[in-house]
Design a protein around this ligand. Structure first.
Ligand SMILES: [Mg+2]
Length: 392
């Protein structure tokens, strides 16, 4: 069997784009993959055009060797754009190989540890009574792992850009999280995503305003380029950290795992380098008793790939999914994805279909609607009132 073609299907799904790819073979078997670099799809599409020439004619079963070719075949190896492209190819090759062998992808990764994947829900309720209502709704329907987001008032400056002042966010966020814990009891698992919007000092100040049992995990309080900054913050708070959704290789995870900085690995299969790289991160994390809490803000293909990862590793906490009683994202459009993993409340049932267990309708996919400058939330600016840029 040889790779015959790699096709790009950048598709508008709900309020976002999903950069979907298809790898075809000379024997008619094909596989679906997805890249996760939201807002930089054109760069990834360029990388995929380079890689198309490299994989055509190759045996698609040699997934590990192809990964090495893609990552190391030129002098400037790796980086976020390239590994987002590699991720899509690696996921598609797993789908293709599973279909060719008639087995679900988890069988290619060592077999199944679990029958379903525990999911966590996200609420974007503003800090206030609605947050407590959302949590009660979720827990009433069995979603006991609840992630919130930081207080971020919808204020625009004269240029129409969002205004964000960290100190105005910290106080109300901590206040309402403490109330959320009081209202939800000890069975709720409560986390918050601070979307790397704080400095070390601001993050420490935020944690000091929390009760000792308020938070079960704090996701990305600061940016992650410098592990030493996280180590400084680690010494200033006892709250467990969930870090890694932007990491684009096992090497980026390495200091965070080895130095005990993160407590959950937020690996993103569609950015880290696909299932091949995610399994290596999982093994490294397992050696340090760290569970995976994968990043999954995309659609059915990334969800399916991550479900097979979750099935095949012993060290797993819960999976992000953008579809719960408090979040109907539209990312799981059944018109575009007629075959998907089945979800029953906060459980994702692991598919036993050959391959990933997801199908994309490339004819329903709106290729022509792809407009990189329109509707991409990541291109919005977020500014302090003094006009300076702050992290999105
Ligand atoms: Mg996040």
């Amino acid at each position: 069997m040889k790779v015959r073609d790699l096709k790009l299907h950048p598709t508008r799904v709900g309020r976002r784009h999903q950069l979907i790819i298809k790898i075809e073979t000379d024997e008619g078997v094909s596989g679906w993959g997805e890249s996760g670099l939201i807002g930089r799809e054109l760069a990834v599409m360029g990388a995929l055009r380079h890689y198309r020439e490299l994989i055509i004619g190759k045996n698609p079963f040699n997934i590990g060797a192809i990964w090495q070719d893609l990552y190391r075949s030129q002098y400037f190896e790796g980086g976020r754009v390239l590994t987002a492209a590699i991720s899509a190819i690696d996921v598609a090759l797993h789908d293709l190989k599973g279909k060719a062998l008639g087995v679900p992808v988890y069988q290619l990764l060592g077999g199944k540890h679990r029958d379903w994947v525990p999911l966590f829900a996200t609420t974007h309720a503003p800090m206030g009574p609605k947050l407590l209502e959302d949590a009660a709704l979720l827990m009433g329907e069995g979603w006991n792992i609840i992630r919130t987001t930081m207080h971020s008032p919808h204020e625009l400056n004269q240029a129409g850009e969002s205004v964000y002042e960290p100190w105005e966010s910290i106080g109300p966020t901590a206040h309402w999280l403490n109330k959320l814990r009081d209202a939800s009891g000890s069975l709720a698992v409560i986390g918050i995503d601070y979307h790397h919007r704080l400095s070390v000092a601001e993050a420490a100040s935020f944690c000091q305003k929390l009760g000792r049992d308020t938070l079960d995990f704090l996701e990305e309080p600061i940016r992650d380029e410098t592990p030493e900054a996280y180590e400084a913050l680690r010494r200033m708070t006892h709250v467990p950290f969930a870090i890694g959704e932007e990491f684009s290789s096992k090497w980026q995870f390495l200091p965070y795992i080895e130095r005990g900085i993160t407590n959950y690995a937020r690996v993103d299969v569609c950015n880290v380098g696909g299932l091949t790289e995610a399994m290596k991160v999982a093994g490294w994390a397992e050696a340090h008793y760290i569970d995976l809490m994968p990043h999954n803000p995309l659609g059915p293909i990334c969800t399916a790939a991550t479900a097979h990862l979750a099935a095949a590793v012993p060290n797993f906490a819960s999976l992000e999914i953008r579809q719960s009683p408090t979040e109907q994202s539209g990312f799981y459009d059944e018109r575009l994805f007629p075959v998907q993993h089945e979800r029953v409340g906060p459980r994702l049932i692991i598919s036993d279909r050959p391959g990933l267990g997801v199908e994309f309708d490339e004819h329903a996919g709106a290729h022509e609607e792809f407009e990189p400058d329109l509707g991409l939330e990541r291109t919005r600016y977020m500014r302090r009132r003094d006009g300076s840029l702050t992290n999105w």
